[in-house]
Design a protein around this ligand. Structure first.
Ligand code: ATP
Length: 699
């Protein structure tokens, strides 16, 4: 057995056998590294296909360096014969593995390593669901009342049906009419109750899925930013979408049908035992065998559901990534590869689906055989009993009808039980995510300052991202930004400039040292209050799919008028292009409709509209033309009566920062130079070097 790269087409083989334990550890590390750092995802899973391809994996991608797989066309006659024999041998070896419990039935278990959700039992899952729906318990009670009435009326029908036929045969008109009237009453009642049952359970289902999504979505939005660094969007949307839908089936569909059939099966069994206990016991034995098979089948389905959930999430992840990077895909012509990458997960899903369908086939076969054997046994023993005069033909007919009810009810219970197991399987991850504690930023109440001047101090601040704890992104940063000062952060890419801003926005907490705002520790301040007073324009601002006006007013807590919005847009040099849009400020925009510079100007208008005490611009003007940048420079500066604010500006284009009061030069997490433009040029350090290079590049 050889090993293939995870996420790869099965034909991509990587190296030779390692122990399963090591595979798991490698898979886990690879997945972890992939999620945290977008590192190449190289993990190993067992495979039986043997090709010789050396490849490297990048985010599930195969970068094939050299393909020397064996082509059948190149083989000699002898080699072809050997191949055919090998295939036949493989086929013969496959046969024993096809029996239930054999090797063939095993799922590819490479994703089990990332399943860290605690197993949820049915009782626990039900308790959780009850917690979500309890405030609308009247819906559940109505649904269950309708269910009980339906079950009771339906189970009584065969009795009165048989009684009517046999009373007609015996010519007893009064009894016949009485039975027919009861039959009509039972049919109407069961019809009405069945309708109500379906309706109430449908409502319960809707309430449950809504609450579940609401709770999960709220929990997700309250997580630390670290959480989003490690989780993929495809995974999260899968939990919110298909998984919640699947879990909600528990009450709306599975439990409803299981209970109905359980009630009917119990009623039928009691009736059968009363009619004839030896015959009843025979049917009970058959039903017990059926239940045992059902249980095994249910367990198998539960495992299949968990894996299907994981693979579906991974497929979503690939699709989501590809579609969002469609322009790159088109330009590099990698459509085929993307389809293969997606197909890889579809193949895994098909692998499971094939086995679950086969298992369903075996289950159906067992049911059919056992069902018909009940009929044969009933006719055989019952017929002999009639001949011996122990029971009447009417009793035997009732017996056969009720044993049919019992068997069918058991079958339905089994069918819905396996669906229930699948739903419970899907619920594990959903509940695990729902249980995540919100970021303590939302649970602890900090203090508010009477007014925010905008003095910022970094005192011995060091920081490393949790996903890369050993790498110090910032080391002993000491810097004080005075109120209304404009400070620029410059340095090579990856030197930690954006990380400083991330810490200031409290998206992450420093590993060491502390940040003070107007002399108060940042972690003691009410973060919502503080963020309302900070204007931030990120590196690549993205717009919400809503009108321009709402995009500019997004997150602004004070009431703003159209004039305010237009004023902010004018300050950001955005008014002219917004006015030329089809519906002006009411034009619905999204990321694809506007240019990078236009999006930046809207984001700048959004930040200006808040009239923040602290304005943070992280490469906020990188996509602007020189004229637009010149026009809004004054606004971004802290100068003037109307713009009393502290400004932190990050820019690679050094002309942007020349006028700053102070320029802080960073290199690999350290501050290496500080001063104004002239002072730094005189120092002839990194800043002077970078400035010269940019001038040379322009020249
Ligand atoms: N969420 C994250 N998880 C792990 N590492 C990160 C994360 N964000 C940034 N880093 C790493 O931290 C280091 C500093 O990144 P940062 O974005 O602060 O640099 P920068 O100076 O702003 O770069 P640029 O000018 O290219 O924007 C880099 O090595 C980067 O790979």
């Amino acid at each position: 057995m050889a090993l293939i790269l995870k996420h790869h087409h099965p034909s991509f083989i990587y190296s030779n056998i390692h122990s399963k334990k090591r595979n798991f550890a490698t898979n886990f590390r690879a997945k972890f590294a992939h999620r945290r750092f977008n590192k190449p995802l190289v993990s190993v899973v067992p495979s039986v296909r043997v090709n010789r391809i050396s490849s490297a994996s990048v985010n599930g991608y195969s970068v094939v360096n050299h393909d020397d797989s064996i082509d059948v066309a190149d083989c000699t006659d002898n080699e072809v014969k050997v191949k055919v024999t090998e295939r036949l041998l493989r086929l013969v070896k496959l046969i024993p593995s096809l029996f239930p419990g054999g090797e063939w039935w095993r799922f590819l278990d490479d994703v089990e390593v990332v399943q860290n959700a605690k197993p949820v039992t049915l009782v626990k899952a039900l308790r959780r669901m009850w917690g979500l729906i309890a405030s609308d318990r009247w819906v559940i009670f109505s649904a269950f009342s309708a269910l009980v009435l339906t079950a009771l009326t339906e189970i009584s029908i065969p009795h009165f049906l048989t009684a009517s036929i046999f009373s007609a045969q015996s010519g007893d008109t009064a009894v016949f009419h009485g039975n027919v009237k009861l039959l009509i009453f039972l049919c109407i009642t069961s019809g009405i109750c069945s309708g109500l049952r379906g309706c109430w359970f449908g409502i319960a289902n809707m309430i449950l899925v809504k609450r579940m999504r609401e709770t999960l979505y709220t929990t997700l939005l309250l997580q630390d930013i670290n959480f989003f660094d490690s989780e993929s969007i495809g995974d999260l949307t899968s939990r919110l979408g298909s998984d919640c839908q699947q879990v909600s089936r528990v009450i709306g569909n599975d439990l409803n049908l299981i209970l109905r059939n359980l009630l009917q099966a119990t009623g039928a069994l009691i009736y059968l035992l009363v009619l004839s206990w030896p015959l009843g016991l025979c049917t009970l034995t058959i039903c017990s065998t059926l239940s045992f098979i059902m249980l095994r089948y249910g367990q198998y389905q539960k495992k299949a559901a968990k894996l299907t959930q994981e693979y579906t999430a991974s497929a979503n992840e690939v699709a989501q990534e590809t579609i969002s990077l469609m322009r790159t895909v088109r330009v590099y012509g990698t459509e085929r590869r993307e389809v293969e990458r997606y197909n890889n997960w579809l193949e895994k899903l098909a692998h499971i689906s094939l086995r679950t369908s086969a298992a369903y086939g075996i289950w159906n076969f067992s049911f059919n055989t056992l069902y018909h054997s009940t009929q044969v046994i009933a006719v055989l023993i019952g017929g002999m009993s009639i001949m011996a005069g122990h029971i009447t033909a009417e009793k035997l007919t009732k017996f056969i009808l009720y044993s049919e009810w019992l068997i069918y009810s058991t079958w339905f219970v089994g069918d819905n039980l396996s669906s229930l197991m699948q739903s419970v399987g899907a619920s594990e991850k959903v509940f695990q995510m729902m249980d995540l504690a919100p970021s303590h930023q939302f649970t602890s109440r900090g203090s508010k300052l009477p007014n925010l001047k905008g003095r910022i101090e970094f005192v011995n601040v060091s920081f490393s991202y949790t996903s890369r704890e050993t790498v110090n992104v910032l080391q002993d940063i000491n810097i004080t930004v005075n109120p209304y000062e404009v400070v620029a952060l410059v340095g090579l890419s990856g030197s930690g400039k954006s990380t400083i801003v991330n810490l200031l926005l409290r998206l992450y907490e420093p590993t060491n040292g502390q940040i003070l705002i107007d002399g108060s520790p940042l972690k003691d301040l009410d973060i919502k209050w503080l963020r309302e007073r900070i204007g931030y324009v990120g590196q690549e601002p993205r717009l919400f799919r809503m009108d321009v006006k709402s995009n500019i007013a997004y997150g602004c807590t004070r009431d703003v008028t159209q004039e305010d919005i237009e004023w902010a847009a004018k300050q950001a040099s955005a008014h002219d292009f917004i006015s030329s849009l089809p519906d002006g400020y009411n034009t619905i925009v999204d990321d694809d409709l506007l240019s990078g510079g236009q999006k930046q100007r809207i984001a700048i208008a959004r930040a200006i509209l808040r009239d923040p005490s602290i304005l943070i611009l992280d490469e906020a003007t990188s996509a602007l033309d020189a004229e637009s940048e010149y026009n809004i420079k004054d606004v971004l500066r802290a100068a003037g009566e109307n713009f009393k604010r502290t400004v932190i500006i990050i820019a690679h284009r050094l002309t942007t920062v020349q006028a700053a009061d102070r320029i802080v030069v960073m290199d690999r997490g350290h501050i290496i130079e500080m001063g104004n433009h002239k002072e730094l040029l005189l120092k002839d350090g990194l800043y002077a070097r970078l400035t010269r290079r940019q001038v040379d590049a322009v020249g």
